[in-house]
Design a protein around this ligand. Sequence first.
Ligand SMILES: Cc1cc2nc3c(=O)[nH]c(=O)nc-3n(C[C@H](O)[C@H](O)[C@H](O)COP(=O)(O)OP(=O)(O)OC[C@H]3O[C@@H](n4cnc5c(N)ncnc54)[C@H](O)[C@@H]3O)c2cc1C
Length: 1002
Amino acid sequence: MSQHYAITMPQLSDTMTEGVVVTWEKQPGDRVERGDIVATVETDKAIMDVEVFKAGYLAGPLADVGATIAVGAALGYITDTAGDVAIAAGEVVEEKAQTEMIPHHAGTPIVMPQLSDTMTEGVVVTWEKQPGEAIKRGDIVATVETDKAIMDVEVFQDGFLSGPIADVGSVVEVGHPMAFIVDDAAKANDTGVTISAEHKVKDTHKVAPPSADKPAHIPMPKAAPAQISAAGNVPPVPRPQGRQASPYARKVAAQLGVNLTGLAGSGPSGVIVAADVARARPSMQEVAHSLPQVDVPGQGRAMTSMEKAVSHAMTASLTLPTFDVTVNIDTAALTAAAKANKVSVTVAIAKACSLAMAKFPRMNWAYQPVDKLVERANHDFGVAVMSNDGGLVVPILHGIEKKSLEALQGDWTGLVERARVRKLAPSEYANPTFTISNMGMLGVSHFTAIPTPGIAAILAIAANGPQGTPFTITGDHRVLNGADVALYLATLKQTIEAPDAWMAGGATVATEAVTGKAATVSAPVSPIPEGNWDFPVVVVGGGPGGEDCARDLADHGVKVMMVNNEPFPGGECLWRGCIPSKAWRAAADVIRNRAHDAEMGVDGTNTPKLNWAQVEKHRRWVQTSRGEMALKADKGMKIDVREGYGEFVDAHTLKITPVEGEPYTVSFGAAVIATGAPAFVPPIPGARENLATGGVVTSDTIWNLASPPKKLGIVGGGVIGVEMAQIFRDFGTEVLMLERNERILAEIEDEIAKALIASLEKEITVVTSADIKEASGKPGAMKLRYANKEGVESVFDCDVVLMATGKRPDTSRLNLDKVGVELDGAAIKVNARCQTSAPHIYAVGDVIGGYMLAHTAATQGRVAADNLLGHASEYNQDRDCGVTFSRPQAGFVGLSVAQAKAKGIDAVEAKMPMSIDAKAMITGETEGMIKLVADKVTGRIIGVHYLADHTDTLIGIGVMMVAGEMTLTQVAKAIFPHPTQTELFGELARRLLNRLRRTAKK
Ligand SMILES: Cc1cc2nc3c(=O)[nH]c(=O)nc-3n(C[C@H](O)[C@H](O)[C@H](O)COP(=O)(O)OP(=O)(O)OC[C@H]3O[C@@H](n4cnc5c(N)ncnc54)[C@H](O)[C@@H]3O)c2cc1C
């Protein structure tokens, strides 16, 4: 006897309970193969294909086009008999699952729901019902773990839970069955199936076929029209002329009152589908008029068009779920500063709102139907003004984020004049990104304003009261949460109450003072240019900057190529910098720490012996393991990794010269340059010449040393020189350090540097203000000739000379002139978004200068990616940090007092020596100090500076305090565990608070 299989309505989303047949792609009698698309159906989300998993012939009866079919019910059949175009009613039919993962008998599959956009599979965490148990529509039968959280699985039909049931821990692909629902407890099957991580593997579990006397119930297609909601049984709108629209879309259009003419269709061949209708966004007028109206007695006059627009907007605002947050702000200083700067208080407040918004860009976003957010970088604020006829007009101050106060004042004067007589051009009042309403002058003690669709927040400013001026934000809860608004208002308060920090020099100073970024950089978003490129984005360089950038882009689905002229990613950091130097430092630490064991009462450990071969083996193991891991991860993320040297041919073409094979070119939409900065060797006689012999080394070549030198000459007293000096000192090397300037460690905070230098000078000889004359000789017998401050010449005989004289970007072979990328000295010039002078080219990491640190490069890589993805994002050096892996370790987060003062911040600091810390005393690690820097006006912590053992761990606390803009009071109240060195942070905050309190009283 021939076999017949049902093609059932698949459940293609978690909310889908039924689908509408849109097309049949095959006709009854047609041959179908496994994987063929036989029909399309419309779900509540989109038009989707119905695929079959069995070869045979399509057989009827087929569900009519336009028919609504319940999930799991039959749409048609597959028979293995050619020419059998319709199976007979009552013929025994064996139903086939939608997938081959779990074979089953008649029953509706409970499929793994798609619970987030990114979810492709889920793990079964629990079953809340057992096979055979009765279940009701809406019951939670299981919980599954998605890529986001553990979520409930709800069923959409009554019945009894039946197996084969996916075992707890099974990985099930979205849309594939986890279990089944049968309509009779006797039919329930209680077997379990463990689905492997490959989850496509067919389980061969045998399920008893339905017994002949009780044929499986196969629901037949219903011809009833689709019900789009319980309430509405609206007839569909007519088909638009000359266009295709799915029946479901026409029904939704009828219910939402959307006109299909002129609507773009996103379905196959431009068919209008329900999602297009939902996106059609009725106008404010349509929304206002679609609400039920209450009759009002009297003779109404027609509204003016202005009155109508306000009425519609206000009614449409009912679609926004809003909440209010109020903060009292002292506006006295701002009023005075505005006067001194000859700008109106309104303009000054608008600028302050914009400055604060640079830190909380969400305030400037908007909800867009359906379920989208418009992320805007342009600050176009509507500011309510009374017109001469007593009405309210809201002209827009455009581009507040990039204009000076003076320019804004100029704009404002003209706008107010035109607003008062209602003579604004549409562009002057349409589409604000945020709105300010100031009724302070009318003496109101408190009020809230209403945001309308298109903005996420409106600011209502009331009259000055005993506790200051109430600033109330009414926010759209779909875009903002209470904390967003509270933090924004706190920053706005800080900005308004300390106007001198940003008002004196106009907008340029303003942006820098408040955001720590250059003002010229709040440029508009620069998306990837449209075009038929080989790659929308190419990244040149595979160090921390390039790799993080490429990963972020790939993570967001951008096709990205990363070209790196080394076999593995990781750049200098992995192969010549952070990682190998810290591997050496780790061995050196063991030696150094053992020297103090006797003080702690442990004898016999203080004669450690260096096993250089093992040190090197361990270092190389770390490097190669991490390199391989990185490459695997990059490829796994679908980054197209190429080994080769990249150079620009023109604005959208990159030439790649591989190690082997011919050079080739690729076209690109946007590019990110992350080529790093090699060690720089100044033209000291003999220095460059001896690089080839190995008599002179740099941080690029020191890794080739066959053994630690007995005597090492180091030229340059920066972080790299100091780290190397101490490592080799611990390895038993005699070290002489020569520095051209008056002080070594110029990049480290003054007091910390002085303390570290004092320590260092106990171990090695440091000659500052040195005039380095020559490096000569051969490896193992080098002579370093120099003169000291007094001009007295000496020669240091050593095995090798390390030139630790800084790093300098070398872009000479990139052909930057062909793409319009400008330099600033040797570095590529960028704005805070890491965008170069060519708008579609970004540059990150060491190649742009500034802090040449791995995490800085990686952060900038992510900033560039963010901007390329269309989000406004900036690198803020004032929040950056770094550790010098000396002993003790030096570290910084944020600003020093001197740096803060240079930015106009009234900064104060407190410091505590490590010698008073209990834990440090116990472990004998009492050298150094920790310093906390705070903004006196706001009490926020803006810097933390360290000289302490374990700074590499302790610095995390500083990073979080500065990044989280924590206040001294918050840190003072935090509970730190005892005895740990973290207690010092609480102590420092309390000490600084007390000091501020005492000085405030005077
Ligand atoms: C001894 C030493 C110790 C250090 N210690 C630390 C530390 O402890 N912490 C820290 O944060 N930083 C440290 N650094 C600094 C850190 O290594 C760099 O800041 C970081 O690697 C910079 O990353 P990047 O992505 O900008 O460039 P790089 O890491 O230099 O990567 C650039 C990559 O681009 C490739 N490349 C260059 N030109 C081209 C081209 N035209 N085509 C294709 N590929 C190209 C290079 O080969 C390289 O792989 C240290 C540096 C040194 C030298």
